[in-house]
Design a protein around this ligand. Structure first.
Ligand SMILES: N[C@H](CCC[C@H](N)C(=O)O)C(=O)O
Length: 273
């Protein structure tokens, strides 16, 4: 499945995450010797929600949250009758996500997710900056100077505003910034250019998988960072390499709502030993 080209291998027949999950993710996500994907997603039973999601990045590291994967999991749960409601809940390591599905011809097409409230205090993101909000904070890497705004949606993000995101050298600066000493748990790094107060372009280097076509939590972090720094409004359209996400950081409940597509591409069997 994928959300705007951010693609995942979904497995739904485990009761819990096996201890060999990191090796399984690295093998299955390999785009030449495996199936290929940005991550391996387990759909598990839950006592608190309709289903539970755990996500392992392509490098075998586990992430606390994944916006595009939540949309895929919710679609899978409805389409494969793990849930019969168009409004359902997905338990993640970041909390319980409420999800609303748009159904067309019996299948979920568009998915809206309550991604919860952003975490902005430096040591909770975490970033090695002792501040309630980490806004346009200087960061140096390989002799270049940037300014990042730190936001967690359960997973850590460093949002950097640049002149022209689609032409930015993500492959050069992403890996250096992902592992910067300011980020104790590493970070997903978003490069964002503002088109208008309600529209941005974003490219992303993701922790544990590299440059991806889209990042749901990254799009949420982008709108929060943009609104915090007065660059954009709290509701914006985020243009990503793989398509668009609608994001709103609600003024009334402080929660971030993400709306976008989810797609099932194929199903199959994994035969490798
Ligand atoms: N690589 C991310 C997890 C996937 C997040 C992204 N794919 C999304 O849609 O939110 C991390 O290690 O925090």
């Amino acid at each position: 499945m994928n959300g705007l080209g951010n693609d995942f291998i979904i497995v739904a027949h485990f009761e819990s995450v096996p201890d060999y999950a990191p090796q399984m993710a690295r093998a299955m996500c390999d785009r030449h010797f495996g199936i290929g994907g940005d991550g391996l997603v387990f759909i598990l039973p839950s006592e608190k929600a309709d289903v539970r999601m755990r996500i392992i990045n392509a490098d075998g590291s586990e992430a606390e949250q994944c916006g595009n994967a939540v949309r895929c999991v919710a679609k899978y749960a409805y389409d494969h009758k793990l849930s019969f409601r168009e409004a359902l809940t997905v338990e993640t390591m970041a909390g319980i996500q409420h999800v609303w599905l748009t159904i067309e011809e019996g299948k979920a097409t568009q998915v809206k997710v309550d991604m919860g409230a952003p975490i902005l205090r430096g040591e909770a993101i975490p970033v090695a900056v002792n501040a309630e909000n980490v806004v346009d904070h200087p960061i140096e890497a390989d002799g270049a100077a940037f300014a990042f705004t730190g936001v967690s949606m359960g997973n850590p993000h460093a949002v950097i505003f640049v002149e022209d995101a689609p032409r930015f050298e993500v492959e050069k600066w992403g890996p250096v910034l992902e592992k910067h000493s300011l980020f104790p748990n590493k970070a997903n790094v978003e490069f964002v250019s503002v088109i208008s107060p309600t529209e941005v372009e974003m490219r992303v280097w993701e922790r544990g998988c590299g440059q991806t076509y889209a990042c749901g939590t990254g799009a949420c972090a982008t709108v929060v960072a943009g609104a915090l720094t007065g660059r954009i409004e709290r509701r914006a359209l985020v243009h990503l390499k793989g398509g668009d996400l609608e994001i709103e950081w609600s003024e009334t409940d402080n929660r971030v709502y993400m709306t976008g597509p989810a797609e099932e591409v194929f199903a199959g069997r994994w035969h490798k030993a």
